[in-house]
Design a protein around this ligand. Structure first.
Ligand code: NAP
Length: 288
């Protein structure tokens, strides 16, 4: 294939930046999708030092790189480096996706959609509009979860965090009566009345202690959503299954947040097929 000028088109290049970045599953996922859709391109990891990130991102406009995903600890730097910020990026105050439009560097955040899509696949608009949600954690992921739940119209959002003041700060920033913090010490009580429980903390991740809550008295109609995906079946998800509760695991959100990035970078939708097995194999082998 040749371009209008008679030269072959430049392969599309995108990637993910972080410090470190070796653990990221995004190159495995996007490379798989590129092969599936037959687009000539590549998606690669970039090591970017936090103290050089802003300057590095600002040069994106001068390259033919189609766009970048950004992971910890660079999400705030990406947000600040941009000329324009989408509504979703502003809602979270951080960016996980950078691209250039009409010569301007745009900061976006696909975590909102990544979280919402699997939830909307399980719960109707009416269910969501009558739901009481409990968010555990108050870091970057929790901010995206709360932003998503607010946009989905969830009428009651409780938040608990190991460090109470961080949850209280998030609530104070939002200033909404439907979103309130409970002390960490009362998390077990909240777990017994929530229709949706989201673990947006690092608890349960490999190398971290499990969340010390029990789902025995959680209503049987509740949905348990754990953002952690290493391991894929976390202690919380195991407890949920043992108590007959419906679950969503972290791989679903990982795939959900990657889909809009793929579309933005490569100009084509990611295939509808479920790539979970590709990610599971990469996690099991340590291959990236
Ligand atoms: P972060 O900003 O570093 O926040 C970590 C949060 O976890 C804080 O609220 C922290 O509480 C809490 N925490 C840490 N260890 C804990 C423990 N032992 N018990 C209870 N709470 C604990 O990290 P993040 O970006 O929000 O990520 C949180 C988790 O979500 C990570 O496991 C990450 O992999 C996962 N995540 C998954 C996806 C996905 O696509 N599936 C996307 C984003 C994040 P303190 O405030 O007390 O420190």
């Amino acid at each position: 294939m040749t371009s209008a000028a008679g030269k072959p088109p430049i392969p599309k290049l995108a990637g993910v930046c972080g410090w470190p970045i070796h653990h990221s599953l995004s190159p495995v996922l996007h490379s798989h999708w590129l092969r599936e859709v037959g687009v000539r391109g590549a998606y690669v990891p970039f090591m970017v030092k936090p103290w050089e990130a802003r300057a590095a991102f600002e040069t994106l406009k001068k390259t033919t790189i189609a766009g970048l995903n950004v992971t910890l600890p660079l999400k705030m730097e990406a947000f600040l480096a941009a000329d324009e910020r989408t509504e979703d990026a502003q809602r979270i105050g951080a960016a996980n996706c950078l691209y250039v439009r009409r010569g301007k560097l745009v900061a976006h955040n696909t975590d909102l959609q990544g979280f919402s899509d699997p939830l909307q696949a399980r719960r109707s608009v009416d269910d969501l509009a009558a739901m009481s949600a409990l968010v555990i954690g108050a870091g970057g992921a929790a901010k995206a979860v709360v932003g998503a739940l607010l946009s989905l119209g969830v009428p009651e959002i409780m938040i608990v965090n190991r460090t109470d003041t961080k949850a209280e700060d998030l609530v104070a920033q939002a200033g909404l009566p439907s979103f309130y913090a409970l002390p960490w010490s009362s998390r077990q009580i909240a777990v017994q009345r929530a229709d949706l429980i989201v673990n947006a903390s690092s608890a349960g991740m490999a190398g971290y202690p499990a969340l010390d809550i029990s789902l025995k008295k959680t209503p049987k109609t509740s949905l348990i959503y754990d953002l952690v995906y290493t391991p894929e079946v976390t202690p919380l998800l195991r407890d949920a299954t043992a108590n007959g509760l419906e679950t969503i695991g972290g791989l679903d959100m990982l795939i959900g947040q990657a889909r809009p990035s793929f579309q933005l970078f490569f100009g084509i939708s990611a295939p509808d097929s479920d790539p979970s097995d590709i990610l599971r194999a990469a996690l099991a082998s340590g291959r990236r």
